[in-house]
Design a binder for this molecule. Structure first.
Ligand SMILES: O=C(O)COP(=O)(O)O
Ligand SMILES: [Mg+2]
Length: 225
């Protein structure tokens, strides 16, 4: 068998490795209700995901006319405490996730998570779903400090360093992921089954996949940067 081309494969979380929209949607609706806003259909919360929890709530509130910054901040805190207690109720790995991680490990690849979720939430959900041990490192939207989350390249560069360096590929479902990968100059695979903020084929990734079962063949066809 030819040598697997990547030493390190990093994954985005929401919409890529985990299907989390029901719990995120419930947290948004909890906050919206406290703020006197209408609930959103949980399915439509998929359109709000990608930039982290604050962006998610801000987008939902904007759709209903917005609110003053201080009030928004209080609501955001409520959303976070609800989500802290309810972040792995309905969230599950996408079909094929465990097999894909096993197969990558079998090829000697090290794995990382690079998400815009808070690191603590990401770690807790992955621990509940018994996946945390698979990853060399878990980097959240708050790990690198203000202004350095995706779409900035910093968290991807840090993930590669923490995994010991080497050829690196990133898998993500949103333009934040693609922009971060482009800025870090690493190949990027688009998860078109996720919460993509662009139509299929338009994410700008090097290649798009319809399921995690397709990831390894896609990586084998890609050339490291
Ligand atoms: O929670 C979000 O909005 C984004 O999370 P992700 O970076 O794992 O997709
Ligand atoms: Mg995502």
């Amino acid at each position: 068998m030819a040598k697997f081309p990547f030493d390190i494969v990093a994954f985005d979380l929401d919409g890529t490795l985990l299907d989390t929209f029901r719990d995120l949607g419930a947290a948004v609706n909890h906050a919206l209700a406290l703020g006197g806003f209408d609930a959103i259909p949980v399915d439509s919360s998929k359109d709000l995901i990608g930039g982290g929890a604050k962006v998610m709530l801000a987008r939902a509130v904007e759709r209903q006319g917005g609110m003053p910054a201080d009030d928004f901040h209080a609501l955001y805190k409520q959303m976070l405490s609800y989500y802290a207690a309810n972040n792995a109720v309905h969230s599950r790995p996408y079909p094929g996730a465990e097999d894909c991680l096993d197969a990558l490990a079998g090829r000697g690849a090290r794995m990382a998570v690079v998400t815009n979720k808070f690191e603590d939430f990401a770690r807790r959900i992955l621990t509940t779903l018994e996946l945390a041990d698979r990853f060399e490192t878990i980097i959240g939207g708050d790990t690198m400090g203000k202004g350095r989350a995706k779409p900035e390249p910093d968290s991807l560069i840090e993930a590669r360093a923490r995994c010991g360096g080497g050829s690196f590929a990133f898998v993500g479902d949103s333009t934040y992921d693609v922009m971060a990968a482009r800025a870090a100059q690493v190949p990027v695979i688009g998860a078109r089954y996720g919460y993509c903020d662009k139509p299929p084929g338009e994410l700008g990734a090097d290649v798009e996949i319809d399921s995690l079962a397709a990831l390894i063949p896609a990586l084998e066809d890609l050339r490291p940067a």
